[in-house]
Every structure is written in structure tokens, then in C-alpha cells.
Design a protein around this ligand. Structure first.
Ligand SMILES: [Zn+2]
Ligand SMILES: [Zn+2]
Length: 374
């Protein structure tokens, strides 16, 4: 394990810093490195580091141990969980939430995982696993929105006991281990620093304080059992390839509730259109004559066809824009554009008469050029 940096150094403080100084240093750094704001590599690690330093130094008892024994002695006495347990993050929790940052979320998918679970003295919630599914749609479906039925197997709430784990009619009774309190006290010895008492959720009843009078036979008291599910997923219009939809609560059931079902959407490549965000690119072949004289050409769109004017004297590979013929913006208003690239097609075969006409055209062109230049 790499050696840890000094907690004071991490927060940019001197050893004599006051609690107010510790708080204000943490506030400043946390705003800077919060992973919801700072997307740079290493920001999350940095955020964890400053949070740990703050948790340790803002608690007078822990700070005293740290000052006297340094990291080595501190780590012997406090586990990562101990450091965050009962730490006073109250002010910051509100501050971050008011800014729309996540903080203390119990979701295993969030940035912080178990760290913040123990930070607030709460047990890490054992929600069930997230499950994954994949669907694929055509570009047209991505433009219009679609729906798919997903069939999968998961641990789902037991129908017999409605997820309570209790045999119907048998009711609930107080947990014998915690006497219905849902919590048990744990006393830890801190060497020369006396003992600290912490309160932890009761393992026997998972903090609920009550257990089933008699276990449900269908699910053996767990409250959930394997089940085949069939659910319809709405795919929003404008969906991009690789996007993930979260169907909350439809994952595996666990002791403290279900995880989520995460559906990855694949948008299949299209033969005609190339997608770039909300815009579409398409190639439109036109004849040499049309390029010279101008005219109207039919352009494929997602819905069918559109007519487009080609100005006289259009060069090959010119891009013309058809507004609003692209894809709808996801969760927004309006649509992207269709960008049509003009490709001048050179005929592969011409007959004698056409050859003659072209030669005459060429001669005339040369004459004109001469006249222009001389
Ligand atoms: Zn049951
Ligand atoms: Zn209990």
C-alpha cells in the first residue's frame, strides 16, 4: 500500500489549525474536486483523500491520536469505516445537495460507494445487484422513439408474503438480539485513549427491530425469490448509440430493496445516413449537367424523401444543409439537420454522338478561355 500523505498537508493546513480553518479548507477543496463537478482523472481519488483528512481532523479525539501517533498509529486504531463513522459532514451534505451534487448516496453505482455510507453512521444498505440488458434499434427508431420487451430472470419480491418474509397471518415479533431497537452498541478499545462506543445496526434483523413471527415458506423468510420478468422499455427519441437507460427497482432484489435494471441501447448503423450527434450526413449523386445548370434533386430523409435545389455551378463535394431533417434532440427541443454532400457523377459510357457534343463543348471552353486571357 502506498504511504498516505499527511492529513494537514492534504488540506493545506498547519498543525495548529482551528476547527473553523479545517472546515473552510475542506469546503474549498471539496468544491474544487467534487467528482460531479471535476471530471479530470484523479479528482475522485483526491476528493476521497480530502474527505478522509477532514473526517480525521475534525474529530478532536481522532485528531489527538493522529497528532501523537501519525498515520501508522492512527491506522492501527481506526479502520476506514471508523474514520468516517460519526464524522460531522452535516453542513457539507446540505451545501453539496443544494448545488445538485451527490453526497452520501447509498447507491453502489455512485462515486463514493461504501465510504459515505459509513460516513453518516449508517449501515451500508444491501440493495440487490444491478442487472444489465441490451437492446438494439434502427436509426429510424432512434429518431422516432421505440419500445422493446425485455425478458429476464431476477430475484423479485415474493408474492406470497409481499416481500415481508413473514408467513401470512403470522405477524412480526421483536428481534431477540436487539430487543426491538434495531441497533446494537459496540465498544472499541483505543489503546491509551480509552474506549469509544459506537452504535451499529443489528445484523439479526437488519436494523428493523422486528423479525417475522414465522417465516414464509415460499421464500424461506427472505422476502424474495427467483422470477421470470417481462417488462416493456420505452426508448426515447433522439437516443444515441451506447446510451444507458436506468429502470430503477427492476434489478435483483436484496435484503434492503432492489437494484436497478440498466438497459444499454445500440443504434444500428444505417446504410444511407451517417450520424453526427443530431445531424445526419448523406451523399447525393447528381449529373454533370445539373451541376453546371442547377436544378432540383430528391434527397433521402429519415421519413422518405425531400426535394432540394442545387444552384447552378455547384462543385463536387459541396455540402447543402436541409434544416430540421436530422434527429430530434434528446430531452430537448428541435431537430438536427441533414447535410447532403453533392457528388458529381461522371458517366462511365457515352455514345459517339455524346462524345462529339462533349468534344465541341470542350473546344468552345478552350476558345473562351483564350479570349479571356489574351
Ligand atoms: Zn415469501
Ligand atoms: Zn435486531
Amino acid at each position: 500500500m502506498p504511504s498516505k500523505r499527511d492529513y494537514y498537508e492534504i488540506l493545506g493546513l498547519s498543525k495548529s489549525a482551528s476547527l473553523d480553518e479545517i472546515k473552510s479548507a475542506y469546503r474549498k477543496l471539496a468544491m474544487q474536486f467534487h467528482p460531479d463537478r471535476n471530471k479530470e482523472a484523479g479528482a475522485e481519488e483526491k476528493f476521497k483523500e480530502i474527505s478522509e483528512a477532514y473526517a480525521a481532523l475534525s474529530d478532536p479525539q481522532k485528531r489527538q491520536v493522529y497528532d501523537q501517533y501519525g498515520h501508522a498509529g492512527f491506522d492501527q486504531r481506526f479502520s476506514q469505516e471508523d474514520i468516517f463513522r460519526n464524522a460531522d459532514f452535516g453542513d457539507f451534505q446540505d451545501l453539496f445537495r443544494s448545488m445538485g451534487f451527490s453526497f452520501g448516496e447509498m447507491d453502489e453505482d455512485s462515486h463514493f460507494g461504501g465510504m459515505f455510507g459509513s460516513m453518516f453512521g449508517m449501515p451500508r444498505r444491501q440493495t440487490g445487484r444491478h442487472l444489465q440488458a441490451e437492446v438494439s434499434v434502427t436509426l429510424q427508431e432512434a429518431a422516432k422513439g421505440a419500445s422493446r420487451t425485455i425478458e429476464y430472470r431476477r430475484q423479485a419480491p415474493c408474492d406470497t408474503c409481499s416481500g415481508s418474509g413473514a408467513r401470512p397471518g403470522s405477524g412480526l415479533k421483536d428481534c431477540a438480539k436487539c430487543h426491538g431497537r434495531g441497533q446494537v452498541q459496540q465498544v472499541r478499545n483505543l489503546g491509551g485513549f480509552g474506549r469509544i462506543a459506537t452504535v451499529a445496526p443489528c445484523q439479526n434483523c437488519r436494523g428493523r427491530g422486528q423479525i417475522p413471527g414465522r417465516e414464509c415458506e415460499e421464500c424461506a423468510g427472505r422476502g424474495y425469490r427467483a422470477k421470470e420478468e417481462s417488462i416493456e422499455v420505452k426508448i426515447p427519441q433522439g437516443v444515441d448509440d451506447g446510451m444507458r437507460l436506468r429502470l430503477s427497482g427492476l434489478g435483483e432484489m436484496g435484503p434492503d430493496g432492489p437494484g436497478d435494471l440498466l438497459v444499454r441501447v445500440h443504434v444500428r448503423p444505417d446504410e444511407r445516413f451517417e450520424r453526427e450527434g443530431e445531424d445526419l450526413h448523406v451523399q447525393v449523386p447528381i449529373s454533370y449537367t445539373m451541376a453546371v445548370l442547377g436544378g432540383k434533386v430528391r434527397v433521402p430523409t429519415l421519413d422518405g424523401e425531400a426535394e432540394m435545389s442545387v444552384p447552378a455551378g455547384t462543385q463536387s463535394h459541396t455540402v447543402l444543409r436541409l434544416r430540421g431533417e436530422g434527429l430530434p434532440r434528446l430531452h430537448g427541443k428541435g431537430k438536427g439537420d441533414l447535410l447532403a454532400q453533392i457528388i458529381i457523377e461522371v458517366p462511365k459510357r457515352v455514345d459517339e454522338r455524346q462524345k462529339e457534343l462533349l468534344r465541341r463543348l470542350d473546344e468552345e471552353g478552350k476558345e473562351k478561355k483564350k479570349g479571356k486571357w489574351f
